[in-house]
Structure formats: structure tokens, C-alpha cells
Design a protein around this ligand. Structure first.
Ligand code: AMP
Length: 419
């Protein structure tokens, strides 16, 4: 399946090709034709599935195909729960719509209202907004929603969790009844189904497997190690196992650059991608990595969003992320599409609290494996930490072992030890 088989026009196909995408993701394969036909959709798809392009591409095409009233007021409205997501969607609209004549704007809280109002006055076609700030504009009369043809509710379950339901309903009251509505949600919970029932007309239901869950296929292992020996251990692991395609996560752009330089000195072909690199440099690094010219790709969480490789076998957390959910996103990059994956985390003393947070979220203890020759100078046992779910109840001892001369395949930790 290719993008042109989905019925997209040349401008969009060019934009997709510029991004280096060749194969549409499952959500794109299902959503794009349905949206192009003008149908409402209810899709369960999480971040990482390619859902943004899944609605942005056909949305742009629909706008190009239909006539305008002449006034330059928003014809498409995308609602998101957070500014970050609004900014991300906005970026996608600009990226995919670069060969099209549309103007997009984002409105969300925390930035100047006046600046947004001015931009809206100048005329826009696509509006990406968080509900609260959008309602401020509605009540100030700085936005006219009467010409909206397509409404997208992105991460709908999160919007409900954040208490936006009343705001959403108020916004609905400002939109024409005659419109196409696309709902995206990670789950199809009862409240989501109820909302879908009131907002959607005979929707096409699309469900794609979540990519960002810690699939059973992903073997997760933690190597406790002193911080200053992490790089050395990483080179050792890659070399010992002869790993040929490894994605390594660092927390900062600077850290990514430094690690890439050090690994290169160790003789490993390495590239780094992060927010300070140009889009062209990132695309090049990714292409080299996919095609095997680069063996190790060091990335920050934000930059890694563009990485879509279906058979990525190894993910390394050189540093743990600050947010436990990011751990799940990171390791969701491996073990996809029926393939085995391995996620390795190098943990120094100061990262123990982060590890505890991750294990709590996963409701699972991760197997710890001290690599011979890299014994840490600290104790990495977190089993005296009490569980959130069962206050006062001590956790069972985590499985812990020492490997001999090699780093053997880790045994799986007893799942639910703290469940
Ligand atoms: P999303 O789920 O929309 O957040 O997208 C996740 C990431 O996948 C984004 O960084 C996109 O750039 C990327 N992506 C979307 N569609 C494709 C595709 N067909 N092939 C490769 N990467 C893609």
C-alpha cells in the first residue's frame, strides 16, 4: 500500500515524500479514504500511530476540493487538550500543507490573547485550539466559527479527563450542524462513546493496535551502573551483542550530541537527532539509520517522534525520562509488528526515583541485571519503597541477578509484583 493509492493529490503526496514516508501507517490506511469520502470517524489511536497525518492530509484535501464562502474564517477546527499537542498538530498542518494555499493559526492559553486575535482578524483557514482559550475568543467576538466544515477532536479522552466536556459542548453550539466530525481517542470508554453518539453521524469506527504500550514482546531490562561508566557500558553492550541498529535516548540535546561524539570515538557509526538540528539533517540521519549506514541513533524524546521504523530491535535509555509515560513511548518504538524487541535502561544512582515512578506506572518490577565489570557503587534495590496501590504493604523483593562474563537475555520480572 502506498500513499497515492489512498487518493491523495499531488501536493500532499509531495509533502509526504518530503517527510520520507513511503508506507501509510494502519490508521492512515483506514482513516484517509474514509475522511476523503466525507464520513465521520471515531478512531482509537494513540500518539505514535501516525494519526496526525491520518487526519491532517485528508482534511487539507477536503478543504482544497470544496468551495469557500469567500470570507477567510476557519473552515477546519482541531481541538486538542494541551498547548503542546496544539503546537504539534499546527506543525503538521504546516508541514503537510506546504504546497497548498491555506493559512493556519493556533490559539491556546499562556500566550498573548491580542496577538492571536490579530492573527485571526487577518484571516485563516485552519484553526488549532485548546478549548478554554478558544471559548475566550468566542466570547470576545474575535473568532467566527460559523463556517467550520470539518471538526477534529484530538485525544478526546484526555480532553474529557481534563474536564473540558462543558467547553466542548459550548463550542459545538457555535458550529454548523452540517459538518464532518473526526474523533480521536486512545480509548473507547463509556463517556467517549456517549460523546461520539451525540456528535457523530454514522461514523466509521477505526481501531488500531496501540504502539505505545509495553508490548509483551518487548524484553525490558535495567542495568544499574555508575553514571560516569554509562557510555563505556553502552559501547560494550552494543559491541558484545553485535547490535546493528540501536536507538538511544538521552534527556537533553547537549547530552545527545556529546554521547554521539563519544560513541563515534569508540568506533561506532553514530548520529544524533534533536530539536536543534534542521529538518534536513534529521531526515538524513534517520535515512542513514534506516538503511544501516548509521548503527546508533541518539535521540531526545521530542526528536524521536519522527522515527517510524517497524523492525527496530533495540532501544536504550541512556538516561531515564522525567515523565514515566515517555518511557512507554520510547520502548514502544521496538517490538512492533510481531517482532521481538529489547529495551535496555542504564540507571545511575540519581535515577532511582525515576525508575520507581516507571515501575509504579507499569505495575511491574523491571528485571535488574548488573553487568560484570560494571558493578555500581550504589544499591539499586527499590523494594523497600511502598506501593501507591497498596499503602503500608511492602513490595516483594525484585528479581535481581548478576550476569557473568556476558549480558545474557534477561529473565522476565514477576509481573504485577506490586500490582
Ligand atoms: P503521530 O501519531 O501523529 O504523533 O505520529 C507519530 C510520528 O510518526 C510523527 O513524528 C510522524 O512524523 C511520523 N509518521 C506519520 N506517518 C508516517 C508514515 N506513514 N511513515 C513514517 N512516519 C510517519
Amino acid at each position: 500500500m502506498t500513499f497515492d493509492q489512498l487518493g491523495l493529490t499531488t501536493g500532499l503526496l509531495r509533502a509526504v515524500a518530503d517527510q520520507g514516508y513511503t508506507v501509510p501507517t494502519p490508521i492512515q490506511q483506514q482513516a484517509i479514504p474514509a475522511i476523503l469520502q466525507g464520513q465521520d470517524i471515531l478512531a482509537s489511536a494513540q500518539t505514535g500511530t501516525g494519526k496526525t497525518a491520518g487526519f491532517t492530509l485528508p482534511l487539507l484535501q477536503r478543504l482544497a476540493e470544496t468551495k469557500t464562502s469567500g470570507k477567510r474564517v476557519p473552515r477546519a477546527l482541531v481541538l486538542t487538550p494541551t498547548r503542546e499537542l496544539a503546537a504539534q498538530v499546527g506543525e503538521s498542518v504546516i508541514t503537510y500543507g506546504k504546497h497548498m494555499p491555506f493559512k493556519a493559526a493556533m490559539v491556546y492559553g499562556g500566550v498573548s490573547f491580542g496577538g492571536q486575535a490579530r492573527q485571526l482578524r487577518q484571516g485563516i483557514d485552519i484553526l488549532i485550539a485548546t478549548p478554554g482559550r478558544l471559548l475566550d475568543h468566542v466570547s470576545q467576538g474575535t473568532i467566527d466559527l460559523s463556517a467550520v466544515e470539518i471538526l477534529v477532536l484530538d485525544e478526546c479522552d484526555r480532553m474529557l479527563d481534563m474536564g473540558f466536556i462543558h467547553d466542548i459542548r459550548k463550542i459545538m453550539g457555535r458550529l454548523p450542524d452540517e459538518r464532518q466530525t473526526l474523533m480521536f481517542s486512545a480509548t473507547f470508554s463509556k463517556p467517549i462513546q456517549q460523546l461520539a453518539h451525540t456528535l457523530l453521524k454514522s461514523p466509521v469506527q477505526i481501531e488500531v493496535a496501540a504502539r505505545n504500550t509495553t508490548a509483551d514482546r518487548v524484553e525490558q531490562v535495567v542495568h544499574p551502573v555508575d553514571r560516569h561508566r554509562k557510555r563505556e557500558l553502552l559501547s560494550h553492550i552494543i559491541g558484545f551483542h553485535n547490535w546493528q541498529q540501536v536507538l538511544v535516548f538521552t534527556r537533553t540535546k547537549h547530552g545527545a550530541n556529546r554521547l554521539a561524539e563519544q560513541l563515534a570515538k569508540d568506533g561506532l557509526k553514530t548520529a544524533a537527532i534533536h530539536g536543534n538540528k534542521t529538518q534536513a539533517a534529521r531526515a538524513r540521519a534517520l535515512k542513514d539509520f534506516k538503511q544501516g549506514r548509521v548503527r546508533v541513533l541518539v535521540a531526545t524524546d521530542v526528536a524521536s517522534r519522527g522515527i517510524d521504523i517497524d523492525q527496530l530491535p533495540y532501544v536504550v535509555n541512556f538516561e531515564l525520562p522525567n515523565v514515566p509515560e515517555d518511557y512507554v513511548h520510547r520502548i514502544g518504538r521496538t517490538g512492533r509488528a510481531g517482532n521481538e524487541g529489547r529495551a535496555v535502561s542504564l540507571i545511575s544512582d540519581d535515577e532511582m526515583p525515576l525508575l520507581i515512578g516507571i515501575e509504579r506506572m507499569l505495575k511491574q518490577s523491571l528485571t535488574q541485571d548488573v553487568v560484570a565489570g560494571y558493578e555500581p557503587s550504589f544499591s539499586s534495590d527499590t523494594s523497600n519503597v511502598r506501593s501507591v496501590g497498596a499503602p503500608g504493604k511492602p513490595r516483594r523483593q525484585r528479581p535481581r541477578r548478576r550476569s557473568g562474563g556476558s549480558i545474557s537475555a534477561p529473565r522476565r520480572a514477576g509481573a504485577g509484583a506490586r500490582g
